[in-house]
Design a protein around this ligand. Sequence first.
Ligand code: HEM
Length: 497
Amino acid sequence: MALLYAVLLQVLSWSGLCLFLRLLATGLAGVLGVWTVRLLARHAWYTRRLSRFNTPPTHSWLIGHLGQMRSTEEGLQQVDELVQTYKHSCCWFLGPFYHLVRVFHPDYVKPLLMASANITVKDELIYGHLRPWLGQSLLISSGEEWSRKRRLLTPAFHFDILKNYILTFNSSTDTMHNKWHRLVAEGTTNIEMFDQITLMTLDSLLKCAFSYQSNCQESTSEYVSAIVELSDLVIDRRLRILHHWDWIYWKTQQGQRFKRALNVVHRFTRDVVQKRRALIDQQRETEALTNQSAGQQRKKDFVDIILLSKDEDGQGLTDEEIQAEANTFMFAGHDTTASAICWTLYNLARHTHYQEKCRQELMELMEGREGHEIEWDDLSNLPFTTMCIKESLRLHSPVQAVTRNYTQDMTLPGDLTVPKGVICLVSLYGTHHNPEVWTNPHEYDPLRFEPTGTKSRSAHGFIPFSSGPRFAWYVTLGYRRKQPGLFLIYNPLKQTP
Ligand code: HEM
């Protein structure tokens, strides 16, 4: 005690305080110095290892391409220029912090996307900011953790399950169409399609994932607004380098908004999962008592299936893991689909002769039917419409790029090596607009997807759902039965104005 008192007296004395502050400043300067030296050494090492790649002009050796990456139309034009100039790949660095190799040619894309899942890691630059929202979900996890989740989640995307969702898409689309009719009758002349279609996709996904009738197309839903806000904030954060550090971000206004929206979304999914687990347990007890299958009376949704899914050792996902997957289902499903639908409608509106052909194809398919509800089996009988959708996915890919990190050096054609730890940014947009792969790449031409044309093209020239082990496999499940995986986006075509 006496010793403590003596030390306190010393510290609180003027000279003691000065000494203490001096020691603290020296310590901090030391830490900062070591950090800076390490950062610069790492930067120099990567710059040397990547020197064989083409590097677009930079502001300086240190700043690199910081501030040049944009998620706007100009950003896409910049990718077009990179593709024109460098043909297949180039190197890019964001200050001394991130080193990227950008690839946009199928021969360079293939070895990266086809690499084994064991050596593929999702990088922090793009996926890290999603972690507070999506947790360690399928989209973000890597290695054995990812393989296990993929096995457990695959039943939820089986076509027997997807088939049932068609009725849901029909009903959500009807709600949207009725709303448009009403708005037009009330004198509205402009409708912001992306907002409308986003609400429709969220409405459908909420019904498919949680059997939840949000009515979000007609009235404001706190949960839906929170999802839209989180999606916007994730993009915003990616573009502000200082916001990449958690300890800065959570203190900013955007970070505070993110936290508030996150609370709403997490509370919602936690409630759904907990209540559903209780319901399933209760059903099991009733079944055991009455010797009758109560579960068969209720159609299974996404949460049911993943709650019941078990691995080889009989282990299922924890509540926390299920919440992460449910959040991912909503995040990965709504924006992509809304974007694909909007661009398809936009392209068909601009090319009325293709629109007319699609309409004709649908009318013929529906001929003689009482209602005009699309059914699952119809999806494989719309070849021209499928070509139009594919061409839209090529020209206006909902996902612009996917990024990867590898736990070993990766070899690319031309004897180029991507050192381990460098972020590989596979540009889906760049590959889809590469003139070495596509003639007149900026033109909307669905006939490119005629079966004869597709054979001569590299499989990695068209990758809207990525490719390789991390491919969006729910599409394959659809294709296996010759169904286009884009069932979600057919319906709005049935009444294209
Ligand atoms: C037109 C619509 C869609 C497009 C273009 C699309 C595109 C993609 C792409 C490119 C990836 C790979 C991402 C990466 O490697 O980082 C992906 C992964 C994923 N998508 Fe989609 N997606 C669409 C719709 C959906 C829907 C409707 C859902 C679910 C409801 C969904 C759930 C997922 C999940 C869970 C993954 C992670 C797969 C894994 O890493 O194993 N997506 N998607």
